[in-house]
Design a protein around this ligand. Structure first.
Ligand SMILES: NC(=O)c1ccc[n+]([C@@H]2O[C@H](COP(=O)([O-])OP(=O)(O)OC[C@H]3O[C@@H](n4cnc5c(N)ncnc54)[C@H](O)[C@@H]3O)[C@@H](O)[C@H]2O)c1
Length: 348
């Protein structure tokens, strides 16, 4: 049976990613209410999802105290508002699907974990990059052993600018520490971390990084170079930048002992080079690859399907904390100019 969902924050990613996905997930969820201070933002998302005017609220507090029956909320707000909105949703007894990062600091995320545990509500966090059809096919090929043991991943996105939000009051909140919590590494590099673990099929155990602000007039990082060591000995090189426009195309390659997989920007198709075959062959065509925002369908489907079966979501508090620990290890490594073992930030 479909659950009743409210959306808190009707910005760009809800418009481009969540709303199209939710229209395809009617068997699992129906969106019954929205909250956003901007009437314009509420209207855009309400039109896409057929939400009645009477069920549109100008704050999450108004939504949560309205008496509207809700099973879960999706939280897609600027990062500095995640903790307070999650606390209020938990107090209202509704399950929570939060956009990444759940929080920008380990202190904040641990506070959220405590809140969730006490309220006994379920929490899921959107880790969408592994759900793009191209990446799904790549990870399947890796699991099937087609490129042998992964030992080197290049995960690079030198896009030259941040993803501009649609908050009418502060579309560039990502570039301010008080609202974004961190810059390109926190916002974009977040995805490269869990992606690398899926591709290496192994957790990150050590991080060495250089993170800084070089070009842009902002108080958060605009460039990050990170080296991840995985438990199985594989190495991932992550490079993300709002400061440089490196060659125009993001580089995303996975190299194993028997071959390689590479992704390109054009619809994110994937190709595979099996050394025994000796040439690059298509793994996913541009038609099959779709748009990057299509990955929200898979991410939301797996969360809702797990909850419907009484299982935990595939990406919840534990996975979000681990991913944030990798990011924080990178900031720490850069500050200390030395490698950081993840056990320092994940004791026990
Ligand atoms: N998973 C991904 O690939 C991906 C991509 C982009 C953004 N995101 C995440 O989604 C979240 C939102 O990002 P965005 O780009 O959509 O931002 P955005 O600026 O486009 O949207 C934020 C929305 O929140 C609204 N808002 C502000 N204060 C509010 C309040 N008190 N109550 C209710 N609504 C309020 C704004 O009016 C705006 O509509 C962030 O956590 C971001 O990191 C994830």
């Amino acid at each position: 049976m479909a659950i009743d969902i409210g959306i808190i924050g009707c910005g760009r990613i809800v418009e481009e990613g969540h709303a199209p996905a939710l229209t395809r997930l009617a068997d699992y969820a129906r969106v019954v209410a929205l909250a956003d201070p901007s009437q314009e933002r509420r209207s855009i998302v309400a039109n896409a999802l057929d939400v009645l005017r009477a069920q549109q609220y100008d704050s999450w507090q108004a939504l949560l105290s309205s008496g509207q029956k809700l099973d879960a909320v999706i939280i897609a707000l600027p990062h500095f508002l995640h903790k307070a909105s999650i606390a209020d949703a938990a107090a209202a007894g509704v399950d929570i699907i939060s956009e990444k990062p759940l929080a920008a600091t380990l202190e904040e995320i641990d506070h959220i974990g405590e809140t969730i545990r006490k309220a006994q509500v379920r929490l899921a966090v959107i880790h969408n990059y592994t759900y793009s059809p191209a990446v799904e096919a790549g990870v399947r090929a890796i699991r099937d052993g087609r490129i042998g043991d992964t030992f080197f991943i290049r995960s690079e996105s030198l896009g030259g600018s941040h993803y501009r939000g649609r908050d009418p009051k502060a579309p560039d909140w990502r570039t301010q520490a008080a609202m974004g919590g961190g810059g390109v590494l926190t916002d974009n590099g977040y995805h490269n971390m869990y992606l690398s673990e899926a591709e290496a099929q192994s957790r990150v155990v050590r991080v060495y990084a250089s993170v800084g602000r070089y070009v842009r007039e902002q108080d958060v990082d605009d460039n990050a170079v990170v080296m991840l060591t995985h438990a199985n000995g594989a190495t991932t090189s992550v490079q993300v930048s709002w400061a440089v426009n490196g060659g125009g195309l993001p580089v995303h390659e996975v190299h194993g002992t028997k071959g390689s997989i590479r992704y390109s920007q054009e619809g994110m198709p994937a190709e595979i080079h099996e050394n025994s075959v000796g040439e690059w062959r298509s793994l996913v065509s541009p038609e099959e690859a779709g748009q990057w925002t299509d990955a929200f369908y898979g991410a939301l489907r797996d969360i809702l399907a797990a909850w419907a079966d009484g299982r935990n979501a595939p990406t919840g508090f534990k996975e979000a904390r681990h991913n944030l620990a990798i990011l924080q290890a990178a900031y720490l490594s850069s500050k200390r100019s030395q490698a950081v073992e993840l056990t320092e930030l994940e004791p026990g």
